[in-house]
Ligand binder design. Sequence first.
Ligand code: XIL
Length: 330
Amino acid sequence: LQTEVSLAKAFQDDFLIGAAVNKRTIVSQSDLLKEHYNSLTAENEMKFESLHPEEHRYTFEEADRIAGFARENGMKLRGHTLVWHNQTPDWVFDDGNGGKAGRDLLLDRMKSHIETVVSRYKDTIYCWDVVNEAVTDEGAEWMRPTKWLHGIGEDYIEQAFRFAHEADPQALLFYNDYNECNPGKREKIYFMVKSLLEKGVPVHGIGLQAHWNLYDPSLGQIREAIERYASLGVKLQMTEMDVSMFAFDDRRTDLTEPTSEMMRLQEVRYKQFFELFREYKEVLTSVTFWGAADDYTWLDHFPVRGRKNWPLLFDTDQRPKDAVKTIIGQ
Ligand code: XIL
């Protein structure tokens, strides 16, 4: 099952090596996780809809189980995520009388959700993705039009960070987003975080989701993004890394295993990424994959339903790909 060297141990002087897990994979990938990873993120179990399906009802069971697994195995745990436009239940934005919740009600709800969740996991979660994906991909506008924005106004982001900081002053608070190396979006993220910092908002880091593929983004774009974000004086983490075998718009669904060319290109990409990451180990404190092995990846369903993908460092039998030895050996 294993290589002689653990991934997490190989990088222990550089950064944490994390994996997203869920209620099934903490069982099915338990040995692999314990061997090669020293940080975890709950894939869905700590999102708003999972924890807080109704206003006066919280459901902590699955999240608690993941927190317990991290604690028992001496692993770090990232919290994901407090304020997002997806996987947030409708009740949050409704006033209960068929209308929309107004600013004050929405702020109250945001505050009590953040207080309850952040204080519950205070002893285990060392950092939180406080706000996820608030920046738009397209156009000149920078804020994604979400129910949070429309209900509260532009300051919803800073409010979320202030509530999280009150609930756990020790926690490292991250802004997390994707397409983070795309130059246009990178600048929007950069200026947003810059203005938060100038206002004294407690933001400690930027999460680069790192949902990449064999072709995009280029190494140069990744380096530029790291440099740009790091110039703000915050910590950086790769929070949801995967390297899809397909270009984003590739709709082909017939492959049942990766081609040798795909495997080769992926190994080269991973080698380049980890060389680059090591250069920035002073500012890059964690590299988390969005899964642990190719037997389970969200990319089997996204963005093309039923297109098997092989984006991670361990294969569908949870065996290390050649890329593991390559990045460890360099
Ligand atoms: C994804 C999960 O992996 C899926 O299981 C779920 O159906 C949708 O969300 N950006 C994020 C993550 O911040 O929370 C998303 O996770 C992937 C994209």
